[in-house]
Design a protein around this ligand. Structure first.
Ligand code: ADP
Ligand code: ADP
Ligand code: MG
Length: 665
């Protein structure tokens, strides 16, 4: 076995790989850029080598720099993780030339599968069903329109070199095809340095289901079942699970066998993933093969008990697989939620900044359930603009899908992240969504269920009543503390009032509290709740036993109450005396400033172009300007017909969130 391996990656995946290597007794080497001097993967590895400035194209993806680090440390093998150099044929070749093992497939397999057009052709020859479409390259927008008409709308315009959901646009008509062709091409050029474009049929009501394969250099190949990754935004996965609630054993076997046939056709060794799009009638079509460890591999590990990183290392070391197809079972159900530094209330746009608080859900593992959190950050860390905005992958496992989802809800409720925008409220909302819970999902789920964007969650009156009970009890505790601190009275407990009005989400609940040494009983008009908790003022997470059930509320103290976050809802709770409540109700409501005549920059980013000028009449849906952030081009469109009266930004300018790009009549 290798003595020392280098991990040519960063973030959670570098940490994940280090863990498996360490458990196998292998020494690890981290590489890091300027931005990552203090990063977790650097702290976890036995050695670390600095390889350059923060932008990945000056550090993590510069083959020569990584090769230097390999030589300097005498590493015998390199694990590339995902992204970066993981699917770079030249890197695999450079390592091979120096007798260093690449923990992945051969350069030939990477090259064949790395290109979406080439891989589609190979798949077809290997008897794998592929998405209907045009297999050639498309040179200009006019041709894109012509081909799209031949295929029939809707179509998917794709970069042949694409990955990570980038360089891809759906078009429903000629205008869309023309615009989509141009933005795919631009995005592909800036992300992949390769702007070749092709077009295929867009499969409607699709589910994304992929097969994990594992092959060795002795000609053995097995499949480790499927993962379903249909919950996506911008063609990027957010929630994944294994197995898929949609597959039958027969279809699973067909997909598994076709995947192995494709892997064998290119002499595949190592772990790899064959992605399919599946329509409502269980027809499945090959999308692409990812010749690397996949982001969502933990859900497969949780249901099969196989450590995929360990298997990859063993295969790279020349060992034959010790597992056979018959050894691979499906045990229980696993769900993964990707925690992103992105703001779900602003169209999931990336958010950057310091993680002032980072307290992940507690990891556990037993026969009834498991919580696993793969992460690459820690409290106080900085989320920069340079890399992928994923901060953690929270996974749960349980014997059934229903219990795995319930575990995920609880884990998300207790996961604390502050300082940056993040998607925990959104993830919680999905875990509570009846369609998700019923397994009725397609890749359009997010667009269809949140057509106006995610606006938080409306909790039912019953749940609001329960939260009112909890916050009333908490408010009483903080009032006792406050009066004690100010030293205004000695016999404070007796003087804190026991009747309050709790206001939240438009409801006003008059309550009466009876406290005893073990908790409090909260009397509403007609109902009663029993609350006990160890919560004390200042704690940002309240773990509460409410009528025998545990619930976790995220809490921030506010004047006369709290800000509470629970299950995707984020709201103010005020607690006051009945008299104060009466007076507050008479106060006029604050009116938010009118921004409807402004185009605000929705994210920190770079203006790529401004498509309109002062005096232009614009109509609803018209493209106004393009902003690039984290390598994605985002077209900002007019919300209604109007006339442009002012343009404040020029192409090439960097803007902050809410900077005014232009103004309308
Ligand atoms: P998965 O299916 O595992 O989510 P993705 O295709 O979404 O895989 O990509 C995983 C990660 O790798 C993302 O962080 C993405 O940005 C990155 N990535 C994928 N392909 C490429 C590529 N060709 N060039 C650069 N980064 C890539
Ligand atoms: P990437 O390399 O960026 O991961 P993929 O080809 O795997 O690109 O596509 C990413 C996602 O886009 C898929 O998971 C699926 O949701 C959607 N998608 C891609 N091609 C099609 C298609 N032809 N029809 C419907 N959806 C598609
Ligand atoms: Mg893909």
């Amino acid at each position: 076995m290798f003595n020392k391996i280098l991990i040519a990656n960063r973030g959670e995946i570098a940490c994940r790989i280090i863990k498996s290597a360490q458990s196998m007794g292998i020494k690890t080497v981290a590489i890091y850029s300027d931005a990552d001097v203090q990063a977790l993967h650097v702290k976890m590895a036995d050695e670390a080598v600095h390889i350059g400035p923060s932008p990945a194209n000056q550090s993590y993806i510069v083959i020569e720099k990584v090769m230097d680090a390999v030589r300097k440390t005498g590493s015998q093998a390199v694990h590339p993780g995902y992204g970066f150099l993981s699917e770079n044929r030249l890197f695999a070749e450079a390592l091979e030339a120096e007798g260093v093992a690449f923990i992945g497939p051969s350069a030939f397999a990477i090259e064949s599968m790395g290109d979406k057009i080439t891989s589609k052709k190979i798949a077809q020859e290997a008897g794998v069903t592929t998405v209907p479409g045009y297999m050639g390259l498309i040179t200009d927008a006019t041709e894109a329109v012509k081909i799209s008409n031949e295929i029939g709308y809707p179509v998917m315009i794709k970069a042949s070199a694409g990955g990570g959901g980038k360089g891809m646009r759906i078009a429903w008509n000629d205008d869309g095809a023309r615009e989509g062709f141009q933005s795919s091409k631009n995005e592909a050029a800036s992300s992949f340095g390769d702007d070749r474009i092709f077009i295929e049929k867009f499969i409607t009501q699709p589910r994304h289901i992929e097969i994990q394969v594992l092959a060795d250099s002795h000609g053995n190949c097995i499949y480790l079942n499927e993962r379903e990754c249909s919950i996506q935004r911008r063609n990027q996965k957010v929630i994944e699970e294994a197995p898929s609630p949609f597959l039958t054993p027969g279809i699973r076997k067909m997909m598994g066998e076709q995947s192995c046939a494709l892997a064998s056709a290119v002499g595949y060794k190592s772990a790899g993933t064959v992605e399919f799009i599946v329509d409502g009638d269980h027809n499945f079509f090959f999308l692409e093969m990812n010749t690397r460890l996949q982001v969502e591999h933990p859900v497969t590990e949780l249901i099969t008990g196989v450590d995929l990183v360990e298997q990859m290392i063993r295969v790279a070391n020349g060992e034959a697989l010790s597992l056979q197809q018959g050894d691979i079972k499906i045990n229980g159900w696993a769900i993964e939620s990707r925690l992103y530094a992105e703001d779900p209330y602003r169209g999931f746009l990336p958010s950057i900044g310091r993680l002032t608080k980072y307290r992940p859900a507690q990891e556990v593992s037993n026969d009834f359930g498991a919580v696993r959190n793969d992460t690459g950050v820690y409290e106080g860390d900085e989320i920069s603009i340079f890399y992928d905005p994923m901060i953690a992958k929270l996974c749960t496992w349980a014997p059934t899908r229903e219990t795995a989802i319930a575990k995920m809800r609880d884990a998300l409720d207790s996961f604390e992240v502050e300082g940056i925008g993040h998607n925990i409220p959104f993830l919680s909302a999905v875990m509570d969504h009846p369609k998700f819970c019923a397994g009725k999902i397609t890749t359009a789920f997010i667009e269809e269920e949140y057509p106006e964007g995610f606006e938080g969650v409306e909790l039912s009156e019953d749940i609001l009543r329960q939260i009112a009970a909890c916050t009333a009890a908490m408010y009483r505790v903080s009032e006792i503390r406050r009066t004690r601190v100010s030293g205004r009275m000695d016999n404070h407990e007796r003087r804190v009032r026991d009747d309050w009005v709790v206001s939240l989400q438009g409801y006003h609940f008059p309550v009466k509290i009876a406290a005893d040494p073990n908790g409090s009983t909260i009397h509403f008009d007609g109902t009663t709740h029993r609350v006990s908790s160890e919560w004390t003022p200042g704690k940002s997470l309240a773990l509460i036993n409410l009528d025998g059930e545990d619930i976790a509320l995220k809490v921030e103290k506010r004047p006369s109450g709290f800000r509470i976050r629970f299950r995707g809802a984020d709201f103010r709770v005020t607690v006051c005396s009945p008299r104060q409540a009466e007076l507050t109700r008479l106060m006029p409501e604050k009116v938010a400033p009118d921004t409807s005549k402004l185009l605000l920059c929705p994210m920190p980013g770079l203006i790529v172009n401004v498509a309109v000028r002062v005096g232009d009449k614009v109509h609803e849906g018209q493209a106004l300007c393009t902003v690039e952030a984290m390598k994605m081009e985002n077209i900002l469109r007019a919300e209604k017909s109007s006339v442009v009266t002012r343009v404040n930004a020029l192409a090439g300018e960097s803007l902050a969130v809410d900077d005014i790009i232009m103004e309308f009549e």
